[in-house]
Design a binder for this molecule. Structure first.
Ligand code: APR
Length: 172
């Protein structure tokens, strides 16, 4: 399975593209978004201004500027309210659109954070199950993506992610 789970800071990962858990403005924010903008430098915000925002569940691409990654794919995950506002569908779309944008731009290696599970409060296990389903299905139909790295920011998330992704290996 060409999916690796690692623990660390996504801004340090050397892949063709890292995925940013952005907000609709694409003008930066806290958490992961803030870390990516700080590492990329001010050119990122200047470039993102030209993208004119991003709908929840959609994804847009920018250069990586000072990041190790060549590109940043900015996606906007849903805020979790109670699960009755199509949150699962929108998170599915955020992962899928990020992968579609990667393929459209000839990207072969991509790193994902755990979209929406921080400030947007999406339940972690539910979000990880969605990510795993979308990524595995997409990889089966899109061999041009050679490697997907899922980045957990701390040990707790890393252990939970490993468990959820390893379920697949036993079954396959
Ligand atoms: N590298 C990898 N993962 C990280 C990093 C990092 N440097 N920083 C945070 N994370 C993890 C968090 O631990 C969480 O699991 O990324 C996940 C997403 O957390 P958030 O950054 O809070 O993103 P999200 O929940 O999608 O909320 C997005 O927060 O930063 C603002 O502008 C952003 O409004 C948007 C909202």
């Amino acid at each position: 399975m060409n999916i690796d789970i690692i623990k660390g800071d996504i801004t340090d990962v050397k892949v063709d593209a890292i995925v940013n858990a952005a907000n609709n403005s694409l003008m930066g924010g806290g958490g992961l978004d803030g870390a990516i903008h700080r590492a990329a430098g001010p050119e990122l915000a200047a470039y993102c201004r030209t993208l004119k925002g991003c709908k929840t569940g959609d994804a847009k691409i920018s250069p990586g500027f000072n990041l190790k990654a060549d590109f940043v794919i900015h996606t906007v995950g849903p805020v979790w309210y109670n699960g009755a506002n199509n949150e699962e569908g929108l998170l599915t779309s955020a992962y899928r659109r990020s992968l579609e944008v990667a393929v459209e731009n000839g990207i072969k290696t991509i790193a994902f954070p755990s979209i929406s599970t921080g400030a947007y409060r999406f339940p972690f296990e539910k979000a990880t199950l969605i990510a795993r389903t979308v990524i595995l299905n997409f990889l089966q139909n899109n061999p041009s993506i050679e490697k997907v790295i899922i980045v957990a920011f701390d040990e707790k998330d890393f252990k939970r992610m490993k468990k959820i992704y390893s379920l697949d290996e036993e079954r396959n």
